[in-house]
Design a protein around this ligand. Structure first.
Ligand SMILES: Nc1ncnc2c1ncn2[C@@H]1O[C@H](COP(=O)(O)OP(=O)(O)O)[C@@H](O)[C@H]1O
Ligand SMILES: O=P(O)(O)OC[C@H]1O[C@](O)(COP(=O)(O)O)[C@@H](O)[C@@H]1O
Length: 321
């Protein structure tokens, strides 16, 4: 069993539009409503592939009630904490070539008592779990020290911890000793204070997080695929997506696939890439099930041990083997 914690869930509304033009009335071709937030999506993806994954999340207002209804319709085991604030709605505008424009609300803040209740729910559920997965942005006003405290309490409980978050919370998770981090390129940039453009720079940034205390770093790079940076070396991989529909939730599917497949080694990495590619081929933030996976379209390569930083002689060679 894998427990997910989403501190800032959202009701995801995705609208398919022919072309995005600022300042005009745009008629949508179709619309999709999904329960969202990164941990929520990880739970949905795991469940769709037969892995039990209770979702711990705060829920408030009509949006919170609707998320709970949608999750229960999908069969997700929801461990919700009622909050005074109103759960947010996030909007995605998806164009036919797969380009997505996202508008994410900040979401409600949590009172100290609400945050403590979520922590207790997570630690209680963690007793039977192999992993606790804390995902998504940190609610407004929550001190990074509180987020770090949650991470440390999970690590101290002896359950493995995976974190996918943004801003200073990502560094805090590394320092707390998270076993697995799933940053995208922008999140890595925020964490290390520079934009990692090349493969070597992504590897260097991931190694910086490892040096802070993180175990493995699964860095997602959008259409460029992903890198797995761990104690055993570096793997690079990507998967073709014949018809991209929406990349919303692709990072969540990547993380879910990696965890479902054992969270170590080339096979788990390939599975992760297959889940992420399948998510990209689905509309909105729909999570893939077994019938959506195309493992034949995945490629994984070992990178040579010393992937060097830029401006060294080896950087003149092509980035990918
Ligand atoms: N346009 C795309 N084509 C192929 N694969 C993609 C595309 N966009 C995303 N992916 C896959 O989904 C994974 C997660 O996407 P990414 O955008 O990096 O994460 P996040 O959604 O967390 O920002 C990538 O590592 C890649 O494997
Ligand atoms: O918590 P954040 O960073 O605002 O992200 C929330 C959004 O991320 C998602 O989980 C999608 O995540 P990814 O596209 O990064 O995989 C949406 O469901 C949700 O609207």
């Amino acid at each position: 069993m894998i427990v997910t914690v989403t501190l800032n869930p959202s009701l995801d509304r995705a609208v398919d539009v022919e072309r995005l033009v600022r300042g005009e009335v745009i008629r949508a071709a179709s619309a999709h409503l999904d329960p969202g937030g990164k941990g929520v999506n990880v739970s949905r993806a795991l469940l769709a592939n037969g892995v039990s994954a209770p979702a711990v999340l705060p829920c408030g207002g009509d949006e919170g009630a609707q998320i709970m209804r949608l999750l229960r319709d999908e069969g997700v085991d929801v461990r919700s904490v009622p909050i005074v604030g109103r759960t947010r709605s996030n909007i995605t505008l998806a164009e036919p070539d797969g380009t997505v424009t996202k508008i994410n609300e900040p979401g409600p803040s949590l009172s100290p008592a609400e945050f403590e209740l979520i922590t207790t729910r997570a630690l209680t559920a963690a007793v039977d779990a192999t992993w606790v997965v804390i995902c998504g942005s940190v609610p407004p006003g929550l001190p990074v020290s509180a987020f770090a405290g949650l991470c440390r309490r999970v690590v101290d409980s002896g359950v493995r911890l995976a974190v996918d978050t943004s801003g200073p919370a990502l560094r805090a998770a590394a320092e707390a000793g998270a076993d697995l981090l799933k940053p995208n390129r922008e999140e890595l940039a925020e964490a290390v204070g520079r934009v990692p453009a090349t493969t070597a720079e992504v590897v260097a940034a991931a190694r910086e997080l490892r040096a802070l205390g993180a175990g493995t770093v699964l860095a997602s790079l959008g259409a460029d695929g992903a890198l797995l940076v761990g104690a055993d070396g570096v793997l690079a991989g990507e998967a073709d997506v014949p018809v991209p529909r929406s990349s919303v939730g692709a990072g969540d599917a990547l993380l879910a696939g990696f965890l479902a497949a054992g969270a170590a080694g080339a096979d788990a990495f390939a599975e992760a890439l297959a889940w992420a590619a399948a998510a990209v081929s689905l509309p909105g933030s729909r999570m893939p099930g077994p019938a959506d996976l195309r493992r034949d379209l995945v490629r994984v390569h070992h990178l040579p041990d010393g992937v060097r930083p830029p401006n060294t002689p080896a950087a003149a060679a092509p980035d990918r083997p």
